[in-house]
Write a new protein. Structure first.
Length: 226
């Protein structure tokens, strides 16, 4: 896998029909700056306050604020006026916006946002967590072939490859809009196209896009970008 180039994001982003934009944000920096908190709805503020650990709520609020800023930049709307609704399987979408599709994921202080026109997208990012039995999880979730492949690797490489396989799998589910609960359901259509993204070790990330291969434009978030 080649290294993904993350360029500074444009201040006035515009989507192309044959492209997906992916944004990479540092939530620790966003929390310190207070990015987007002023645009949050009352419900979002209440949700952030319900996290058991305050730092998790702060990261969630910063991530949501960045999402609002990005969607406002693409649509030309006021970030405070954006309203979200749930799709058929609970996947969030922007109320009143028929063409725009988006998805987000965060792990620790790393956040990714995928935005497209008329193509469902799913994005996932994962950082290593506590010690787990990667082979057992892979066998239960990803199948015997993946479990056997991981079993043959040394522990460090096994963790790395497990995370890469996991983010590909979860990005596909998020693209379909089913989440992990719908993993066993028939897809009812072609499999999404999947692209592995490089955001630097030890994180793993992947993008899934409906409708086959497309151009992927990778941007680095800053408050001045959108």
């Amino acid at each position: 896998m080649g290294r993904t180039r993350w360029d500074p994001g444009p201040s006035h982003p515009r989507l192309a029909d044959a492209a997906v934009d992916v944004w990479h944000a540092d939530l620790a920096a966003a929390v310190a700056r207070g990015d987007g908190r002023a645009a949050l709805s009352d419900d979002e503020r209440e949700r952030a306050a319900r996290f058991a650990r305050p730092e998790d709520g702060e990261r969630w609020a910063a991530g949501r604020g960045i999402l609002r800023a990005l969607l406002a930049a693409y649509t030309g709307a006021d970030s405070r006026e954006l309203r979200f609704e749930a799709g058929p399987h609970g996947k969030p979408r922007l109320a009143g916006e028929e063409r725009l599709r988006f998805n987000l994921s965060h792990s620790g202080d790393v956040a990714l946002y995928a935005i497209a026109l008329e193509r469902e997208v799913g994005v996932d990012v994962e950082l290593p967590r506590r010690a787990v039995d990667h082979v057992a999880i892979a066998r239960r979730i990803l199948g015997d072939d993946e479990a056997e492949r991981l079993q043959a690797l040394d522990p460090h490489e096994r963790e790395r490859e497990f995370l890469r396989a996991w983010v590909r799998w979860e990005a596909v589910l998020k693209c379909r809009g089913t989440g992990i609960g719908g993993a066993g359901a028939p897809s009812g259509g072609p499999e999404p196209w999947v692209e592995q993204l490089d955001i630097g070790d030890p994180a793993a990330s992947a993008l899934a896009v409906e409708g086959g291969p497309c151009a992927v434009r990778c941007w680095r978030w800053s408050p001045a970008a959108a």
